[in-house]
Design a protein around this ligand. Structure first.
Ligand SMILES: [Zn+2]
Length: 134
């Protein structure tokens, strides 16, 4: 019965759409505005801008970055010592190239920094790089 099959698939689609909407609404209600607009990604490798490796001006870190993209598309870098600055040479396109799939949502940037070890707790602790240690 083709007609019956069509009706069934429509019913399933409607349920799925409703479920997605409810989930999105719930996320929107439970999170403050900035966590929706600010995107971050972890970047363990060095970042080079026009061939020059980015280095933290305060602690000399060259990798294990927390990369932050704000609502205006400005890119901020944060080292494990919690030094953070605007990096005008990096763009939203650069961020999109670095960002991985998935990820976890955090209620605030500080919560994220704490959870990923970019709040200063791991100051100076750089995780071994496979390429260097092997
Ligand atoms: Zn630093």
């Amino acid at each position: 019965m083709p007609t019956k099959d069509l009706q069934q698939s429509r019913a399933i689609l409607a349920e799925t759409l409703f479920g997605d909407d409810a989930l999105l609404r719930l996320q929107g209600e439970s999170e403050p505005d900035d966590s929706i607009r600010i995107r971050t990604t972890l970047h363990s490798d060095p970042i080079a801008i026009t061939g020059i490796t980015v280095m933290c001006p305060h602690c000399g870190a060259r990798r294990d970055w927390l990369v932050i993209c704000d609502v205006l598309g400005r890119i901020f870098l944060r080292c494990r010592c919690a030094h953070q600055w605007h990096e005008p040479e990096l763009t939203r396109a650069d961020f999109n190239a670095m960002v991985g799939e998935g990820g976890q949502k955090y209620p605030s940037l500080e919560a994220l920094a704490r959870d990923t070890g970019h709040d200063g707790t791991l100051a100076g602790a750089y995780f071994p790089d496979k390429a260097i240690t092997s």
